[in-house]
Design a protein around this ligand. Structure first.
Ligand code: NI
Length: 152
């Protein structure tokens, strides 16, 4: 377990596009675990690899985690691609570990379908809605160098 340093506002890596992951090797697995550790340590619900300085298409999240009950439901997505988006939108106040003092309401699609590869190399499809859909849209934006403030 390792807590990595989070890149903050003004760091140009946050506006760069991340590269596809071709092989899930031990380094990628370690990165995923470190990202989860870093996310939980900082009380975040999602994190993209560029936020710890790695321009790789990997996101982690746990939108259900609350410190009180301590149950963790971590999700790791490699090369996630949003395949469809509902017309209906929702607005949620978002924050970001790279912008610790900023919270803004952002309009996102209420439901999405996302395809990704898990840490075992299995292709998966997930239908997500509400907060989970919001988190996935926020984190996949990071992979394209887009931060939530760009969506306000
Ligand atoms: Ni963020």
């Amino acid at each position: 377990m390792a807590i990595r340093q989070i890149r903050k506002k003004g760091d140009e890596i946050l506006s760069k596009k991340s590269k596809e992951i071709e092989k899930i090797d031990d380094k990628i697995k370690e990165l995923a675990q470190d990202m989860l550790d870093t996310m939980y340590e900082n009380d975040g619900i999602g994190l993209a690899a560029c936020q710890v300085g790695m321009l790789k298409r990997i996101i982690v999240y746990d939108y259900l985690y609350v410190e009180e009950d301590g149950k963790k439901s971590p999700v790791v997505m490699i090369n996630p691609v949003i395949k469809s988006r509902s017309k209906s939108m929702i607005t949620v106040e978002e924050g970001c570990l790279s912008f610790p003092d900023e919270f803004k309401e952002v309009k996102r699609h209420e439901k999405i379908t996302v395809e990704y590869v898990d840490l075992n190399g299995k292709k998966k499809t997930l239908h997500a809605k509400d907060l989970e859909a919001v988190v996935i849209q926020h984190e996949t934006d990071h992979l394209d160098g887009i931060v939530f403030l760009d969506r306000v």
